[in-house]
Design a binder for this molecule. Structure first.
Ligand code: PHE
Length: 332
Protein backbone atom coordinates (compact mmCIF):
# COMPACT_ATOMS: atom_id res chain seq x y z
CA UNK A 1 0.00 0.00 0.00
CA UNK A 2 2.86 2.31 0.74
CA UNK A 3 3.77 2.07 -2.95
CA UNK A 4 0.25 3.19 -3.94
CA UNK A 5 0.69 6.24 -1.70
CA UNK A 6 4.00 7.06 -3.25
CA UNK A 7 2.55 6.71 -6.71
CA UNK A 8 -0.44 8.91 -5.91
CA UNK A 9 1.91 11.48 -4.48
CA UNK A 10 4.18 11.49 -7.55
CA UNK A 11 1.21 11.67 -9.92
CA UNK A 12 -0.28 14.58 -7.93
CA UNK A 13 2.97 16.51 -7.93
CA UNK A 14 3.43 15.91 -11.67
CA UNK A 15 -0.06 17.27 -12.44
CA UNK A 16 0.61 20.36 -10.34
CA UNK A 17 3.89 20.95 -12.17
CA UNK A 18 2.19 20.57 -15.56
CA UNK A 19 -0.63 23.06 -14.84
CA UNK A 20 -0.33 26.24 -16.94
CA UNK A 21 -3.16 28.38 -15.55
CA UNK A 22 -4.91 29.16 -12.29
CA UNK A 23 -8.06 27.51 -13.63
CA UNK A 24 -6.20 24.32 -14.37
CA UNK A 25 -4.64 24.41 -10.88
CA UNK A 26 -8.07 24.65 -9.32
CA UNK A 27 -9.24 21.46 -11.03
CA UNK A 28 -6.01 19.67 -10.15
CA UNK A 29 -6.65 20.68 -6.53
CA UNK A 30 -10.17 19.21 -6.63
CA UNK A 31 -9.19 16.03 -8.45
CA UNK A 32 -6.02 15.19 -6.53
CA UNK A 33 -6.91 16.35 -3.02
CA UNK A 34 -10.72 16.19 -3.17
CA UNK A 35 -12.97 13.60 -1.52
CA UNK A 36 -13.00 11.45 -4.65
CA UNK A 37 -9.28 11.79 -5.25
CA UNK A 38 -6.71 8.97 -4.99
CA UNK A 39 -5.33 10.00 -1.60
CA UNK A 40 -8.80 10.08 -0.03
CA UNK A 41 -9.48 6.69 -1.58
CA UNK A 42 -6.34 5.29 0.01
CA UNK A 43 -7.40 6.68 3.37
CA UNK A 44 -10.71 4.88 3.09
CA UNK A 45 -8.98 1.66 2.10
CA UNK A 46 -6.71 1.96 5.11
CA UNK A 47 -9.70 1.62 7.47
CA UNK A 48 -9.56 -2.20 7.29
CA UNK A 49 -5.77 -2.52 7.73
CA UNK A 50 -3.85 -3.67 10.79
CA UNK A 51 -2.95 -1.01 13.37
CA UNK A 52 0.74 -0.94 12.50
CA UNK A 53 0.08 -0.41 8.77
CA UNK A 54 -2.57 2.22 9.52
CA UNK A 55 0.04 4.17 11.43
CA UNK A 56 2.87 4.19 8.84
CA UNK A 57 0.71 4.38 5.73
CA UNK A 58 -1.59 6.99 7.34
CA UNK A 59 1.43 9.13 8.04
CA UNK A 60 2.66 8.68 4.45
CA UNK A 61 -0.77 9.74 3.13
CA UNK A 62 -0.79 12.85 5.30
CA UNK A 63 2.71 13.74 4.14
CA UNK A 64 1.67 13.23 0.52
CA UNK A 65 -1.33 15.55 1.02
CA UNK A 66 0.87 18.20 2.65
CA UNK A 67 3.44 17.92 -0.15
CA UNK A 68 0.85 18.23 -2.94
CA UNK A 69 -0.82 21.14 -1.12
CA UNK A 70 2.53 22.94 -0.77
CA UNK A 71 3.28 22.37 -4.46
CA UNK A 72 -0.18 23.72 -5.36
CA UNK A 73 0.38 26.89 -3.31
CA UNK A 74 3.81 27.49 -4.79
CA UNK A 75 2.63 26.92 -8.35
CA UNK A 76 -0.40 29.13 -7.78
CA UNK A 77 1.79 32.00 -6.56
CA UNK A 78 4.13 31.59 -9.52
CA UNK A 79 1.28 31.53 -12.05
CA UNK A 80 -0.31 34.62 -10.40
CA UNK A 81 2.96 36.53 -10.73
CA UNK A 82 3.29 35.43 -14.36
CA UNK A 83 -0.23 36.57 -15.13
CA UNK A 84 0.31 39.95 -13.43
CA UNK A 85 3.52 40.42 -15.38
CA UNK A 86 1.72 39.54 -18.63
CA UNK A 87 -1.12 42.00 -17.89
CA UNK A 88 1.31 44.80 -17.05
CA UNK A 89 3.23 44.10 -20.25
CA UNK A 90 -0.01 44.19 -22.26
CA UNK A 91 -1.15 47.47 -20.66
CA UNK A 92 2.18 49.20 -21.04
CA UNK A 93 2.06 52.54 -22.86
CA UNK A 94 5.02 53.30 -25.03
CA UNK A 95 5.60 56.94 -24.17
CA UNK A 96 8.69 57.18 -26.35
CA UNK A 97 6.44 56.47 -29.31
CA UNK A 98 4.12 59.34 -28.34
CA UNK A 99 7.08 61.73 -28.21
CA UNK A 100 8.34 60.27 -31.48
CA UNK A 101 5.05 61.18 -33.17
CA UNK A 102 5.34 64.78 -31.86
CA UNK A 103 2.02 64.62 -30.04
CA UNK A 104 2.95 67.29 -27.56
CA UNK A 105 0.38 69.08 -25.45
CA UNK A 106 -0.27 72.79 -25.85
CA UNK A 107 -2.36 75.42 -24.08
CA UNK A 108 -6.12 75.29 -24.66
CA UNK A 109 -7.34 77.87 -27.18
CA UNK A 110 -9.07 79.75 -24.40
CA UNK A 111 -5.81 79.84 -22.41
CA UNK A 112 -4.02 81.07 -25.53
CA UNK A 113 -6.46 83.98 -25.82
CA UNK A 114 -6.12 84.69 -22.07
CA UNK A 115 -2.31 84.82 -22.34
CA UNK A 116 -2.32 86.95 -25.48
CA UNK A 117 -4.72 89.41 -23.83
CA UNK A 118 -2.41 89.67 -20.83
CA UNK A 119 0.54 90.26 -23.17
CA UNK A 120 -1.25 93.03 -25.03
CA UNK A 121 -2.32 94.82 -21.83
CA UNK A 122 1.11 94.43 -20.25
CA UNK A 123 2.44 96.02 -23.45
CA UNK A 124 0.08 98.96 -22.82
CA UNK A 125 1.49 99.39 -19.30
CA UNK A 126 -1.04 97.38 -17.26
CA UNK A 127 -0.32 94.96 -14.43
CA UNK A 128 -2.14 91.64 -13.94
CA UNK A 129 -4.07 90.53 -10.82
CA UNK A 130 -6.40 87.66 -9.99
CA UNK A 131 -9.12 87.23 -7.39
CA UNK A 132 -11.05 84.30 -5.87
CA UNK A 133 -13.70 82.39 -7.83
CA UNK A 134 -15.83 81.88 -4.73
CA UNK A 135 -16.91 85.35 -3.62
CA UNK A 136 -19.07 87.03 -1.03
CA UNK A 137 -22.23 88.94 -1.81
CA UNK A 138 -20.34 92.05 -0.73
CA UNK A 139 -17.65 91.89 -3.42
CA UNK A 140 -19.80 90.48 -6.22
CA UNK A 141 -22.75 92.87 -5.72
CA UNK A 142 -22.90 95.19 -2.72
CA UNK A 143 -19.57 96.97 -3.23
CA UNK A 144 -20.36 97.28 -6.94
CA UNK A 145 -23.31 99.53 -6.14
CA UNK A 146 -25.87 96.71 -6.25
CA UNK A 147 -27.47 96.60 -2.79
CA UNK A 148 -29.74 93.70 -1.78
CA UNK A 149 -32.85 94.91 -3.53
CA UNK A 150 -31.12 96.01 -6.76
CA UNK A 151 -32.96 94.69 -9.85
CA UNK A 152 -29.68 94.24 -11.81
CA UNK A 153 -28.76 91.35 -9.49
CA UNK A 154 -31.39 89.09 -11.02
CA UNK A 155 -29.79 89.53 -14.46
CA UNK A 156 -26.73 87.59 -13.32
CA UNK A 157 -28.32 84.13 -12.71
CA UNK A 158 -26.10 83.63 -9.70
CA UNK A 159 -24.99 80.22 -8.44
CA UNK A 160 -24.95 80.25 -4.62
CA UNK A 161 -22.97 77.93 -2.37
CA UNK A 162 -24.67 76.45 0.71
CA UNK A 163 -21.75 77.61 2.85
CA UNK A 164 -24.02 80.11 4.57
CA UNK A 165 -27.80 79.57 4.63
CA UNK A 166 -28.46 83.17 3.70
CA UNK A 167 -26.87 82.99 0.23
CA UNK A 168 -23.99 85.35 0.95
CA UNK A 169 -21.27 83.06 -0.47
CA UNK A 170 -21.48 82.55 -4.22
CA UNK A 171 -19.58 81.73 -7.38
CA UNK A 172 -18.60 85.10 -8.84
CA UNK A 173 -20.78 86.06 -11.79
CA UNK A 174 -18.17 88.43 -13.27
CA UNK A 175 -14.58 89.55 -12.68
CA UNK A 176 -15.70 92.99 -11.43
CA UNK A 177 -15.37 92.02 -7.72
CA UNK A 178 -11.60 91.96 -8.28
CA UNK A 179 -11.79 95.75 -8.92
CA UNK A 180 -12.77 96.21 -5.26
CA UNK A 181 -10.09 93.83 -3.98
CA UNK A 182 -7.41 95.64 -6.01
CA UNK A 183 -8.54 99.10 -4.80
CA UNK A 184 -8.47 97.85 -1.20
CA UNK A 185 -4.98 96.45 -1.57
CA UNK A 186 -2.98 98.89 -3.64
CA UNK A 187 -2.88 102.65 -3.74
CA UNK A 188 -3.54 104.56 -7.00
CA UNK A 189 -2.40 105.05 -9.66
CA UNK A 190 -3.92 101.68 -10.65
CA UNK A 191 -3.56 100.25 -14.17
CA UNK A 192 -4.68 96.64 -13.79
CA UNK A 193 -6.23 93.81 -15.78
CA UNK A 194 -7.89 90.90 -13.98
CA UNK A 195 -8.61 87.74 -15.98
CA UNK A 196 -10.47 84.76 -14.53
CA UNK A 197 -13.22 82.18 -14.47
CA UNK A 198 -16.81 83.28 -13.88
CA UNK A 199 -20.03 81.33 -13.34
CA UNK A 200 -23.69 81.79 -14.25
CA UNK A 201 -26.70 79.49 -14.05
CA UNK A 202 -27.02 79.01 -17.79
CA UNK A 203 -27.84 76.01 -19.97
CA UNK A 204 -24.92 75.40 -22.36
CA UNK A 205 -25.62 76.28 -25.99
CA UNK A 206 -23.62 77.49 -28.99
CA UNK A 207 -22.98 80.91 -27.40
CA UNK A 208 -23.30 80.30 -23.63
CA UNK A 209 -21.47 78.19 -21.06
CA UNK A 210 -22.22 78.15 -17.31
CA UNK A 211 -18.47 78.51 -16.69
CA UNK A 212 -16.60 81.00 -18.85
CA UNK A 213 -13.73 83.48 -18.73
CA UNK A 214 -13.66 87.25 -18.53
CA UNK A 215 -10.96 89.87 -18.35
CA UNK A 216 -11.59 92.98 -16.29
CA UNK A 217 -9.73 96.27 -16.66
CA UNK A 218 -9.43 98.98 -14.02
CA UNK A 219 -7.70 102.33 -14.19
CA UNK A 220 -7.73 104.72 -11.22
CA UNK A 221 -5.69 107.89 -11.31
CA UNK A 222 -6.14 111.68 -11.12
CA UNK A 223 -8.27 113.34 -13.81
CA UNK A 224 -9.17 110.18 -15.72
CA UNK A 225 -11.86 110.85 -18.33
CA UNK A 226 -14.03 108.96 -20.78
CA UNK A 227 -11.51 109.91 -23.50
CA UNK A 228 -8.87 107.80 -21.74
CA UNK A 229 -11.31 104.90 -21.74
CA UNK A 230 -12.13 105.20 -25.46
CA UNK A 231 -8.43 105.63 -26.32
CA UNK A 232 -7.40 102.59 -24.29
CA UNK A 233 -10.09 100.40 -25.88
CA UNK A 234 -9.00 101.51 -29.33
CA UNK A 235 -5.29 100.95 -28.63
CA UNK A 236 -6.10 97.50 -27.29
CA UNK A 237 -8.27 96.67 -30.33
CA UNK A 238 -5.49 97.51 -32.77
CA UNK A 239 -2.83 95.73 -30.74
CA UNK A 240 -4.89 92.56 -30.36
CA UNK A 241 -6.74 92.28 -33.68
CA UNK A 242 -4.54 94.37 -36.00
CA UNK A 243 -4.44 97.91 -37.37
CA UNK A 244 -7.39 97.28 -39.72
CA UNK A 245 -9.73 97.05 -36.73
CA UNK A 246 -11.36 99.92 -34.80
CA UNK A 247 -13.78 100.32 -31.89
CA UNK A 248 -16.85 102.27 -30.81
CA UNK A 249 -18.74 102.84 -27.56
CA UNK A 250 -22.57 102.68 -27.33
CA UNK A 251 -24.49 104.01 -24.31
CA UNK A 252 -25.57 101.30 -21.90
CA UNK A 253 -26.26 100.80 -18.20
CA UNK A 254 -24.23 99.10 -15.46
CA UNK A 255 -24.77 99.84 -11.76
CA UNK A 256 -21.01 100.08 -11.11
CA UNK A 257 -20.11 102.57 -13.86
CA UNK A 258 -21.56 106.00 -14.70
CA UNK A 259 -21.73 106.77 -17.54
CA UNK A 260 -21.69 103.22 -18.91
CA UNK A 261 -21.17 101.90 -22.42
CA UNK A 262 -21.05 98.76 -24.48
CA UNK A 263 -18.02 98.48 -26.74
CA UNK A 264 -17.93 96.99 -30.22
CA UNK A 265 -15.05 96.13 -32.55
CA UNK A 266 -15.23 96.90 -36.26
CA UNK A 267 -13.72 94.28 -38.57
CA UNK A 268 -11.91 95.43 -41.76
CA UNK A 269 -14.95 94.24 -43.77
CA UNK A 270 -17.14 96.74 -41.91
CA UNK A 271 -19.04 94.23 -39.72
CA UNK A 272 -19.16 94.63 -35.94
CA UNK A 273 -18.47 92.33 -32.97
CA UNK A 274 -20.08 93.14 -29.60
CA UNK A 275 -17.31 92.70 -27.10
CA UNK A 276 -18.12 93.87 -23.59
CA UNK A 277 -19.12 96.53 -21.10
CA UNK A 278 -17.26 99.54 -19.77
CA UNK A 279 -17.67 102.95 -18.15
CA UNK A 280 -16.41 105.48 -15.61
CA UNK A 281 -16.09 103.90 -12.14
CA UNK A 282 -19.12 104.93 -10.05
CA UNK A 283 -18.26 107.12 -6.99
CA UNK A 284 -19.91 104.54 -4.69
CA UNK A 285 -17.59 101.85 -6.09
CA UNK A 286 -14.51 104.02 -5.47
CA UNK A 287 -15.75 104.57 -1.90
CA UNK A 288 -16.29 100.80 -1.41
CA UNK A 289 -12.68 100.36 -2.53
CA UNK A 290 -11.57 102.88 0.11
CA UNK A 291 -10.85 105.73 -2.33
CA UNK A 292 -12.07 109.35 -2.23
CA UNK A 293 -14.05 110.10 -5.43
CA UNK A 294 -13.17 113.81 -5.01
CA UNK A 295 -9.50 112.94 -5.53
CA UNK A 296 -9.56 109.86 -7.76
CA UNK A 297 -11.43 108.95 -10.91
CA UNK A 298 -11.23 105.94 -13.13
CA UNK A 299 -12.64 103.69 -15.80
CA UNK A 300 -13.35 99.98 -15.95
CA UNK A 301 -14.17 97.46 -18.63
CA UNK A 302 -14.94 93.77 -18.82
CA UNK A 303 -15.37 91.28 -21.64
CA UNK A 304 -15.45 87.56 -22.46
CA UNK A 305 -12.17 85.81 -23.24
CA UNK A 306 -13.72 82.69 -24.80
CA UNK A 307 -15.58 84.85 -27.26
CA UNK A 308 -12.26 86.32 -28.37
CA UNK A 309 -10.86 82.83 -28.98
CA UNK A 310 -14.03 81.92 -30.84
CA UNK A 311 -13.81 85.04 -33.00
CA UNK A 312 -10.13 84.49 -33.74
CA UNK A 313 -10.46 80.83 -34.77
CA UNK A 314 -13.95 80.89 -36.27
CA UNK A 315 -15.36 78.32 -33.83
CA UNK A 316 -19.11 77.89 -34.39
CA UNK A 317 -20.12 76.27 -31.15
CA UNK A 318 -18.67 77.29 -27.76
CA UNK A 319 -19.45 73.83 -26.39
CA UNK A 320 -16.85 72.30 -28.74
CA UNK A 321 -14.21 74.40 -26.99
CA UNK A 322 -14.88 72.76 -23.63
CA UNK A 323 -15.86 69.18 -24.46
CA UNK A 324 -12.10 68.38 -24.49
CA UNK A 325 -12.34 66.16 -27.52
CA UNK A 326 -8.68 65.84 -28.49
CA UNK A 327 -9.54 65.84 -32.22
CA UNK A 328 -11.01 69.34 -31.80
CA UNK A 329 -8.43 70.69 -29.35
CA UNK A 330 -5.49 69.54 -31.47
CA UNK A 331 -6.47 71.86 -34.32
CA UNK A 332 -5.50 74.99 -32.39
N1 PHE B 1 -19.10 93.04 -15.23
C1 PHE B 1 -19.84 93.37 -16.44
C2 PHE B 1 -20.48 92.08 -16.99
O1 PHE B 1 -20.08 91.00 -16.62
C3 PHE B 1 -18.97 93.99 -17.49
C4 PHE B 1 -18.41 95.34 -17.07
C5 PHE B 1 -17.18 95.43 -16.43
C6 PHE B 1 -19.12 96.50 -17.34
C7 PHE B 1 -16.69 96.67 -16.06
C8 PHE B 1 -18.62 97.73 -16.96
C9 PHE B 1 -17.40 97.82 -16.33
O2 PHE B 1 -21.36 92.11 -17.79
Amino acid sequence: MIDDVRQAREAGLARVAAATSSDELRSVDAEVLGKKGPLSGLKTRLGGSPVEERKTVGQAINEAITAVQAALDARSAALGAEQTAARIAAERLDLTEVVGRQRRGHPHLSTQAWERLEDVFVGLGFQVAEGPEVETDFYNFEALNMPRSHPARSGFDTLFTDYHDDGTVLLRTHTSPVQIRVMQQIAPPIYMVMPGKVFRRDTPDATHMPVFHQIEGLVVDRNITMAHLAGTIDAFTKAFFGSGFSSRLRPNYFPFTEPSAEFDIRRPDGTWIELGGCGMVHPNVLRAGGLDPEVWSGFAFGFGIDRMARERHGVDDLRDMFSNDIRFIEQF
